[in-house]
Design a binder for this molecule. Structure first.
Ligand SMILES: C[S@@+](CC[C@H](N)C(=O)[O-])C[C@H]1O[C@@H](n2cnc3c(N)ncnc32)[C@H](O)[C@@H]1O
Length: 275
């Protein structure tokens, strides 16, 4: 029998899907010509045509070397956060510790912590990660992703930033990484409605010190110091307009070698600093 997929894809394009997405959904959900097997595909197409992000409809998405499960309980991992992982790996390499302890704050799907663990393990580095999130829903997804990829050197803690981190870790952490919420409520109201499918608490943060959406980035930078070992690093993604405030805050909090890394569009997006 002729392959039915091209005809199905053409039909989905005629219904309004982009060709790439039509191919993706057919590959993912078309299980055969049986009418029952088409039910799953039709459900997925309906969700996508209603505006739900492709990543949630498919239910998984690549992040660096990992295929992560994603659903509306977690932020969809972004390409700029893949860049953050590169900077974090660079900081760890410069630190040259054999068994680094990493804290991933606001872990969401587990993207940052799991990618670091995966790539460090492949380099023969015996890292361990403590992944925190205030959301138990997000932690459930992150745990599934750890199991899916057989990454066991990771523990999960429900905590608002450092509040419930084991106090015995003070002064022992080699790397703090975070991609906190950093969009102000006013800016959020003006952004693409597709963002409303993602958890509001993963995206929007309070204003602080007159800087919109900066409260969580500021908290992470301010509170990291006491947890870090000597010379250890903090690597924090922030909003496009936060570069100056983030660097000033890191300097006034006593960090050294403070710098900002740019994203692919040339905008300051990741503050990096050392204790
Ligand atoms: C921008 S998302 C980042 C998720 C993931 N790290 C990534 O990069 O894809 C921010 C995460 O911070 C979490 N979060 C928000 N407020 C928090 C808080 N007070 N303490 C800890 N985590 C928080 C959210 O639940 C969300 O998972």
């Amino acid at each position: 029998m002729a392959d039915a997929k091209p005809a199905l894809q053409r039909e989905l394009v005629a219904r309004g899907l982009a060709a790439r997405e039509a191919r993706w959904l057919v590959d993912e959900f078309y299980l055969g010509a049986d009418p029952d097997a088409l039910v799953g595909l039709e459900g997925a197409v309906t969700r996508r045509l209603a505006g739900e992000p492709l990543q949630y409809v498919i239910g998984h998405w690549p992040f660096r070397g990992l295929d992560l499960e994603v659903d509306p309980r977690v932020l969809i991992p972004r390409p700029e956060t893949e860049e953050l992982v590169t900077h974090a790996l660079g900081e760890l390499a410069a630190l040259d510790v054999t068994t680094p302890l990493i804290v991933d704050l606001g872990c969401g799907s587990g993207a940052i912590g799991l990618a670091l663990l995966d790539e460090l393990t492949k380099r023969g580095v015996r890292a361990s990660v403590v992944a925190l999130d205030v959301s138990t829903d997000a932690l459930a997804v992150a745990k599934r992703n750890a199991l899916k990829h057989g990454l066991h050197q990771i523990s999960f803690v429900q905590s608002s930033w450092f509040d419930d981190l084991d106090p015995s870790l003070r002064g022992r952490v080699d790397l703090v990484v975070a991609n906190p919420p950093y969009v102000g409520a006013r800016e959020f109201a003006s952004l693409d409605e597709v963002l409303r499918y993602e958890p509001y608490g993963a995206i929007v943060a309070d204003d602080v010190d007159g800087v919109e959406g900066f409260a969580d980035v500021a908290r992470v930078i301010r509170e990291s110091g006491p947890w870090l070992a000597e010379h250890a690093a903090v690597v924090v993604e922030h909003g496009e307009g936060h570069g100056v405030a983030a660097r000033q805050l890191a300097e006034s909090a006593g960090f050294v070698h403070v710098r900002d890394e740019k994203d692919l569009a040339g905008k300051d997006r990741v503050v990096v600093a050392r204790r």
